[in-house]
Design a binder for this molecule. Structure first.
Ligand code: GDP
Length: 297
C-alpha cells in the first residue's frame, strides 16, 4: 500500500503549523481545509470527511490547542487518533463457531478477489492454527471459477468440494456442509458467485445460501482500487445480507485510500483483513492504528 498523495498532502497541511509557538484561528481553519481537500482527493466518502474534519476541529478547540505548547504535534496526534477511529479503532477477530465447523461465506463482485482470498484465508488458518479447512465451490455460472478454486486448493493443499455447474448452489452447499461434518473439517469456506454489479437474482441466491448455512462469518470481499465504488458495493451487499466483515483486496495497487478510510464508517462493518498481493501469503490482519500511522507517514 502506498497512499502517497494522501500522506504527502496531510503532512503538508500540518507541516505549516510546525515551529509555531501559537497558532491562530485562521491557521487552524486553513489546516482543516487542507485536510478536508486531502481526504476528498483520496476519494474518501463525503460524509465521512465532513464528520472527520468536524471532530478534529472540535477536539483541537476543546483541547485548547491554539493556546498550548506544540500545537502542530497535538494536531497530528488528534488526526492520528481520529483516522484510527474512522477505520474501526482496533482489529476485529474472525467470528468462530462454538462447535466446529466455523462457516465462512465469501461474497463480492466478480473480480474483487473472492476466490483468491478464500484461499489466502484458508492458508492463513492452516499456517496459524493448523486448521483443516474445506472449500465449497458454489459459483455454478462460470466453470472457470470452479477450476480456479480447485487450483487454489491444490496450491495450499486444502480440499475443494464441487459438483460442477448443473446443481443448484444451495444444494451444493448442503452437500458440502454434510461432507465437512463427516470429515471433521474445522472451517468451511463457501465460494459464492459474483456478478459485475449487484443484481437482485444473485442477492436472492446468496440470501438462500445464508439461510441454509447459517454462516458464522459473511465476509464481503471488495477491491480497494475501486474507491467509492467499493464503498457503494459494500453498502449494497450489507443492506441485503447483513455482512459480518470486510476484506479489502488489492491494497498493494491502491494509491488513494478512499475505500480503506470509508467502508467502516459508512457500513458500520469492520475490515478484518487486507490483501496486498497475488500470492497466497499476501493477506494481513487489518489494524486500524497501524494503518493510520502508515497514512500519516
Ligand atoms: P473473484 O472473481 O472475486 O473470485 O476474483 P479472483 O479471486 O479471481 O481475483 C481476481 C484477480 O485479482 C486475480 O487476478 C487475483 O490474483 C487478483 N487479486 C486478488 N487479490 C489481490 C490482491 O490483494 N492484490 C493484487 N495485486 N491482486 C489480487
Amino acid at each position: 500500500m502506498a497512499f502517497e498523495g494522501l500522506t504527502e498532502r496531510l503532512q503538508n497541511a500540518m507541516k505549516k503549523l510546525r515551529g509555531k509557538g501559537k497558532i491562530s484561528e485562521a491557521d487552524l481553519r486553513d489546516t482543516m481545509r487542507e485536510i478536508r481537500l486531502a481526504l476528498l482527493e483520496a476519494d474518501v466518502n463525503f460524509d465521512v470527511v465532513k464528520d472527520f474534519v468536524k471532530t478534529v476541529r472540535e477536539r483541537a478547540v476543546g483541547a485548547k490547542v491554539l493556546e498550548g505548547l506544540n500545537p502542530a504535534q497535538q494536531i497530528v496526534k488528534i488526526v492520528d487518533e481520529e483516522l484510527t477511529k474512522t477505520m474501526g479503532e482496533t482489529e476485529v477477530p474472525l467470528n468462530k463457531a462454538p462447535k466446529i465447523p466455523t462457516i465462512i461465506m465469501m461474497v463480492g463482485l466478480q473480480g474483487a478477489g473472492k476466490t483468491t482470498t478464500a484461499g489466502k484465508l484458508a492458508n492463513h488458518l492452516k499456517t496459524d492454527e493448523n486448521a483443516r479447512p474445506l472449500m465449497i465451490a458454489a459459483d455454478v455460472y462460470r466453470p472457470a471459477a470452479i477450476d480456479q478454486l480447485v487450483t487454489v486448493g491444490k496450491q495450499i493443499d486444502v480440499p475443494v468440494f464441487e459438483m460442477g455447474t448443473d446443481t443448484d448452489p444451495v444444494e451444493i452447499v448442503r452437500q458440502g456442509l454434510a461432507k465437512a461434518e463427516e470429515d471433521h473439517n474445522d472451517y468451511v469456506f463457501i465460494d459464492t458467485a459474483g456478478r459485475l454489479q449487484i443484481d437482485e437474482q444473485l442477492m436472492d441466491e446468496l440470501a438462500r445460501i445464508k439461510e441454509l448455512a447459517h454462516p458464522n462469518e459473511i465476509m464481503l470481499v471488495v477491491d480497494a482500487m475501486t474507491g467509492q465504488n467499493a464503498v457503494a458495493t459494500a453498502q449494497g451487499f450489507n443492506d441485503k445480507l447483513d455482512v459480518t466483515g470486510v476484506i479489502l483486496t488489492k491494497l498493494d495497487g491502491d494509491t488513494r485510500g478512499g475505500a480503506a478510510l470509508s467502508i467502516r464508517a459508512v457500513t458500520g462493518k469492520p475490515i478484518k483483513f487486507v490483501g496486498e498481493g497475488e500470492k497466497m501469503s499476501d493477506l494481513d490482519v487489518f489494524h486500524p492504528d497501524r494503518m493510520a500511522s502508515r497514512i500519516l507517514g
